[in-house]
Design a binder for this molecule. Sequence first.
Ligand code: PBG
Length: 334
Amino acid sequence: MRPTIAHFPQARSRRLRRTPALRSLVRENALSVSDLIWPVFIREGDDVSEPVDSMPGVNRISVDHAVRAAERAAHLGIGVMALFPYTDPAHKTHDCVEAWNHDNLVNRATRAIKAEVPEMAIMLDVALDPYNSEGHDGLVVNGIVQNDETLIALERQALVQAENGADILGPSDMMDGRIGFIRHALEANEFQSTAIMSYSAKYASAFYGPFRDAVGSVGALSGDKKTYQMDNANSDEALREVARDISEGADMVMIKPGMPYLDICQRVKAEFGVPTYAYQVSGEYAMLSAAHENGWLDRNQSVMESLLAFKRAGCDGILTYFAPLAAELILAQR
Ligand code: PBG
């Protein structure tokens, strides 16, 4: 739609910028607490909270703390938490069996949170990297990440996660065909209600560095993930990935990372109109936090501005480590 343009002095943009009431009257986008998904790192132990060096303010927390965190999140109005495990290196193997262990960290954390904060929706990553001695998202044979063998492993992982009460599965592995495989397995096993948010357009990005530190996969990873994650230069390809994932049964799609890929968010939402999310990843958190710690950026304002950008680009929601802070700021505006 082409806006009608009047000229100065009939038009003066500043008339509607003069007061807070006028500015809010014409504001086009808003961020709500219900748009936020909070990613949290879980570790073994009791009453443990251990800082992640590259993500100031983010901790790896034991399951008991995760339940407290869920209570706090629910109190703030955050409806979804995404849980990621910091797996003991002793549980990382070539065949990744810990991924479908009924009692692995994220499954135990899901059960514990559901028992005490049943209204909290839990999202779990479907990917092998936290459990893989090679650090890759798929099974590795002779140095090659195997696609079709990995699908079978992902299916087992997804079914166990659904069984443990996960509301949303987030396949983040970028193997071809995974959404169809997982959807078929869920339908065949009476998990018709389990939702899938596909990491559809997931780029091979330098911005995941601090996450790999947080989940302890950085030491394990040999090489990079460029044979399965997307090339940074591509945009049309993201639309094809999203189209395939929708046709294979994804309920929601995600673009990742976030801020450097807002153009992709906008294209995906405009083209498909499906529930679309962005992941403001660990490196984006680290980048902003480093500037905050140095006093170079105003923390609250830069966080809210960065999150509003996703709404403007068309996203329905955002996975962000800033979720509790953003929720507090939104509530304080009232
Ligand atoms: C792994 C996974 C990654 C993230 C979410 N799931 C990292 C990767 O692909 O290496 C990144 C999240 C972040 O950086 O905040 N399947």
